[in-house]
Write a protein that binds this ligand. Structure first.
Ligand code: SF4
Length: 324
């Protein structure tokens, strides 16, 4: 088969059929696929792994009904709920990122719409954190243009807004907003000069074609970072009893390889589920992805920082960024 290439980079430009074929790679050919993806990982990301620390700045009481989320209006999950995390915790996490020379401090806020007053409060916190020279990303629902500009002026570098699934599957996981609204929000943010982090969640009952279609949409968006989460079914959410038997390490790895092949220049991040689906396979994982979280996720725990660093070093990679 003659693979079309991107004329400016000579990287492969896969068709939808070729992308589906990659997810159908027989397990015995996985190493060949990993080697193919690793070439692009080395070409664009060298030997570096970006470590991110996530602070859940606003937790619970969300008006939206995303089926996977412990903070949604249809979740009974036993989680902490608060309007603002204590400033002390937020700033401690930021100093931690600085002191350990980590790549980024990610700040998650539950909810889809915020008042201008709330955004001004957040902007004030961002101004303080930027004094540490850390790179900041917020996961923050839909902003108005005015609000996005306010946060940009405060120093916010990047915004996370995931597509989560394919355009055609999206209504199966959320009924309170649409896929199209998400894409429009991302476009508005890109026009304002924001870096974009956008990816998805695997394991919500979607087909392989849905995974491919989501990744093809992300190829059009060209995010700076592309996080792939592997579902951790949370008790109290509608996806609590999801059958996860199809999410083998090999299948998860094929998805990450495909993400690298389709969007080679992005930071491909293995986000939630890394500690479950890739335990003992970190070297293979890091040969394709160049970005991970340490110290847990929004409502789930994860691998601590020292362990994470050790895992990276043992696998032969580096993680420190230059101090700002
Ligand atoms: S994913 Fe975000 S928007 Fe959806 S329910 Fe959770 S906090 Fe709300």
């Amino acid at each position: 088969m003659n693979t079309v290439t991107n004329p400016s980079t000579s990287d492969p430009l896969l068709s939808r059929e070729e992308a589906i074929a990659i997810l159908n790679t027989p397990d015995e050919n996985l190493q060949k696929l990993v080697a193919r993806a690793e070439l692009l990982r080395r070409k664009y990301k060298g030997n570096h792994v970006s470590i991110h620390i996530l602070t859940n700045a606003r937790s619970g009481n969300c008006s939206q009904d995303c089926a996977y989320c412990a903070q949604s209006c249809r979740s009974n999950a036993d989680i902490e709920k608060y309007r603002w995390v204590a400033d002390e915790k937020l700033y401690e996490d930021n100093t931690f990122v600085k002191d350990h020379h980590l790549s980024r401090h990610c700040i998650g806020l539950s909810g889809m719409n915020f008042s201008d007053g709330e955004i001004e409060e957040l902007a004030e916190k961002i101004r303080k954190m930027k004094k540490d020279g850390t790179h900041l990303c917020c996961s923050i629902g839909f902003l108005t243009k005015h609000q996005a500009l306010l946060l940009k002026e405060a120093g916010l570098d990047r915004i996370n807004h995931n597509l989560n699934s394919s355009r055609s599957y999206y209504s199966k996981i959320c009924s309170t907003h649409t896929f199209e609204q998400r894409v429009a929000n991302i476009k508005m943010l890109q026009e304002l000069g924001y870096e974009i982090c956008s990816g998805g969640i695997i394991g919500m009952g979607e087909s392989k074609e849905d995974v491919v279609d989501m990744l093809l949409e992300l190829r059009e968006i060209k995010p700076e970072a592309l996080p792939i989460n592997f579902l951790l079914p949370i008790p109290g959410t509608p996806l609590e009893h999801t059958d996860m038997s199809g999410l083998t390490t090999a299948y998860c790895m094929k998805i990450l390889c495909l993400a690298r092949l389709l969007v080679p220049t992005a930071d491909i991040r293995c986000a939630a589920g890394r500690e479950v689906y890739f335990k003992g396979e970190e070297k293979m994982l890091l040969s394709v992805v160049d970005s991970i979280f340490a110290s847990g996720y929004l409502t789930a725990g994860g691998q601590g920082i020292q362990d994470t660093i050790q895992t990276i070093v043992d696998a032969g990679f580096t993680y420190e960024i230059e101090s700002a």
